[in-house]
Design a protein around this ligand. Sequence first.
Ligand code: BG6
Length: 492
Amino acid sequence: MQNQQNVATPTSGNALPEGFLWGGAVAGHQIEGGWDEDGKGLSVVDVLTGGAHGVPRRITENVEPEEYYPNQVASDFYHRYEEDVELLAGMGLRCFRTSIQWSRIFPLGDEEEPNEAGLAFYDRLFDTLNAHGIQPVVTLSHFELPLHLARHYGGFRNREVVAHFERFARTCFERFHTKVRYWMTFNEINNQMDTRNPLFLWTNSGVTLHEEDNPREVLLRVAHNELLASALAVTAGHEIDPDLKIGAMISFVTVYPYSCDPQDILAADIANHERFLFPDVQVRGHWPAYALKEIEANGYDIGFQEGDDAILRAGTVDYLGFSYYMSTTVKAGAEDHAEESGIVDGGMPGSVDNPHLGATDWGWTIDPTGLRHSLITLSERYDIPLFIVENGYGAYDTVEEDGTVHDDDRIDYLRAHIEAMKDAVLKDGVDLIGYTPWGIIDLVSFTTGEMRKRYGLIHVDRNDDGSGTLARTPKKSYYWYRDVIGSNGAQL
Ligand code: BG6
């Protein structure tokens, strides 16, 4: 591997505590490829076409021969994980977050017995990581519901799927508990709150809305089933091995009021309910009052059964993982123009542009201070350990003639966010387990299905038309992050 100039410069800040988990994050479906190998079944993402900024991905009925599905090959990690883990070890990574694709283990989702070849792949991956001193951090469901559970059961709108998830979770805990200590149940479980974009309900829960549906009632029913599934998984994991650390994982797009007008402050408070509903239940073990009021006021039937309270109470999480990419700003009255506010870009009904912030080429605001604000907010609200399991800069990269990528903007983005994170730990006393920047190896973008929206510190030669050698090349940011980790965050 060709070395590059050391770009790290000392800062006046201190290092993070010993044992801080510096890492990187990916998801199985966005990096592995091997979509139909070794008995893997189809998942909800296997029928998602490519898209682009402003061009939504389409959900096809099945895998159609004339369509292009970017996740089929992705970054070919399924065949190249050994080389990739070597590269990650070269950066000094202490942990690596990925997901177990549910449909590798239970191809249809409702089988009684797991697919041994699928389990064996993750055995090999986790062994390789551990052999390099890299702890696996594993998400059980990162938008990877088996397609059969979506098509034949209606996804998580059907309570039967809860038991299928619990069986999947148990199978994984039993098989891997000696190799994996940190787990999360559902990735970004709260990103489906905005039902205006069909992608999120589909990928998170395998749910499509029909004309006769009240979207809000469906969402809350799905939420209840998924929260039960998460709680049952946590309880099962702790039964199997009390030392496991099992977390929730939410998308945290911090919400600012547009001004100090009390109406804007209140608009932000109410908008925040959308962010907090899922973690309120997963951390506290019961539905919050504002949601119960909404259910009661609208006469929604979300399928509460006797005994559900006890399940939720017993299955609270050990830590809260979250992704942080951007903030959003809401203004009272702007929800009247909700159709115009961003539905992919972290916006929500009532969101408006923040004049103080710039944005990426995909319209995601760049706001490192918002990360410190998020850490303070979540720490004070929940008082449990936090884990930043996604953060990063999705951007076009330029590959120079000699194959190098000088991604200074990415370095600037990461440096500013790490500074903010350090302030939260060292000045505000936030209890933070670790930091895993997203897409540490280039992979398929979730919202757009593009390769050119790159997050990686390791470049993958793969393009949106399916061309490219899939060769890996460390970017400038790779060497920079290696020095950050080597100094435990003292050198940025
Ligand atoms: C999060 C997801 O929403 O953000 C990831 O957990 C996703 O799966 C990441 O890739 C970045 O989003 P995108 O659309 O830029 O890939």
